[in-house]
Structure formats: C-alpha cells, structure tokens
Design a protein around this ligand. Structure first.
Ligand code: HEM
Length: 202
C-alpha cells in the first residue's frame, strides 16, 4: 500500500500553476477530507445506504463532466461514471431506496452546465483527483470499490493533470482557484445533506 501510494504521489511533476492550485486549496481539501462522512467511512461506521446515496448523487456529475472532456474515449480510467453506476447497482442488491427523495445535486448540475469549459475543468480536478488520491485510502473501506480502481493509475493521473494544466496561466490561475473552491463547496454541501439523513428519513 505504501509503495503504491508513493508511486501515485510521484506520478507527476507539477508546474507552478498546479503547485499554486494545490497550495491555495489545501485548507478546503483538508476540511472535506475530515468531513464526518469520511471519518465514519474510514472507521467503518458509515451505513451503506449513505454511501449509496453518495454514489447516486455523484453519478450524473461524472457523466456530465465526461460529456465535455472524455467524449471520444472508452478508456475506463477516464470514463468513471460506469464504475460509479456499477458500484451503485451492487449496493442496490441489498438496499432498497427511493432515490428520488435524496436528489441533492440539481443546483450543482444547473450551475455546471452554465459555466465555461475552462471552469468546468475544476470538476475534473476535484472529482477525478479525489478518486485517484484519496480514493486509494477509501477503497479498502467500501464494499464495492470500482470507483477507485484504475487500470493504469500512474499514467492516467498524469494525463488528467496535464489536461487541467493545459489552460492555466498567470492571468487565469486565481480565477481557477476561486472556482475550484466553489466546486469543493458543492461537494461538501452534498456530503452535509447525506450526512444529516437518518434511518427515519428513508
Ligand atoms: C478521506 C478522504 C480523503 C483522503 C484520505 C484524501 C487524501 C489525499 C491525498 C493523500 C492526496 C495527495 C496529496 C499530495 O499530493 O501531497 C490528495 C489529493 C487530492 N485530493 Fe484528497 N483525500 C480525501 C478526500 C478528498 C475529497 C472528498 C476530495 C474532493 C471532493 C479530494 C480532492 C483531492 C484533490 C483535488 C487532490 C489533488 C491535490 C493536488 O495535488 O493539487 N480529496 N488527497
């Protein structure tokens, strides 16, 4: 596991913009990493239904991002929505939920479709890299982990990071950082709503 993580962490030599992006979003990253949802997930205390609702809410997010950035590929390291749906279907074998009651992503979807392609990339950063890094810790803790499995993690991580870096420069990096923080906030809000659910609300 340690060697695997080291391999992932050293996959990419970030340029000055990637470094700035990471540095300036560290605080918000560390806050979401410590969200009670993940604390419970890592300690094995998160009920399956909450994780399934999480996958249900993320699935359209992944497919929307893919429509813009990975339309011409079937490479499963980039097209992640299939893995998310596969995990969800597996959870659904043992849980029976009316998911329509737990749709927390409509504000996000509306916002995402209206923003520029450049700012849409913040989602690629926040979601794809979350699975490629943090996901490697989480995958041991969930029943179904296709979402965190990659065929060639090191190579795909590098390519996703290059795609993000492609458009960054001195004049737009600050705006990109601001939008990345907003993207983290959206994801955090979805977690808040799921975390607040109780068995009684099912
Ligand atoms: C328990 C949950 C999590 C853990 C343990 C975790 C852990 C990590 C680790 C170890 C890294 C690599 C840091 C480095 O290069 O020094 C990382 C990077 C990252 N994580 Fe997380 N993470 C978690 C949750 C999340 C979540 C929920 C998101 C987004 C919604 C996220 C987004 C990111 C991003 C965007 C990066 C790349 C940062 C960069 O290098 O620019 N992580 N995470």
């Amino acid at each position: 596991m340690l060697l695997h993580l080291l391999n992932v962490l050293t996959a990419f030599r970030p340029n000055q913009f990637s470094k700035k992006l990471k540095k300036e979003t560290k605080e918000i990253h560390d806050k979401i990493e410590k969200h009670p949802f993940f604390i419970d997930l890592l300690s094995g205390d998160l009920p399956d239904y909450k994780y399934a609702i999480y996958l249900y809410n993320l699935s359209p997010i992944y497919s929307s991002v893919e429509m813009y950035f990975f339309k011409n590929t079937i490479n499963s390291d980039y097209v992640r929505s299939k893995a998310v749906i596969q995990d969800l279907q597996n959870y659904n074998k043992t849980i029976n939920l009316d998911y329509n009651k737990f749709n927390f992503n409509s504000e996000w979807i509306e916002y995402f479709f209206h923003k520029s392609l450049f700012f849409k990339k913040t989602e690629l950063y926040v979601r794809w890299l979350a699975d490629m890094y943090g996901g490697q810790f989480l995958k041991k803790k969930v029943k179904y982990s296709s979402k965190y499995e990659f065929v060639n993690l090191r190579k795909s991580l590098k390519e996703v990071r290059l795609l993000i870096e492609e458009g960054l420069n001195e004049t737009n990096i600050d705006a990109f950082i601001g939008e990345t923080k907003r993207t983290y906030e959206f994801h955090s809000k979805i977690l808040d709503k799921i975390y607040e659910l109780t068995e009684e609300s099912l």
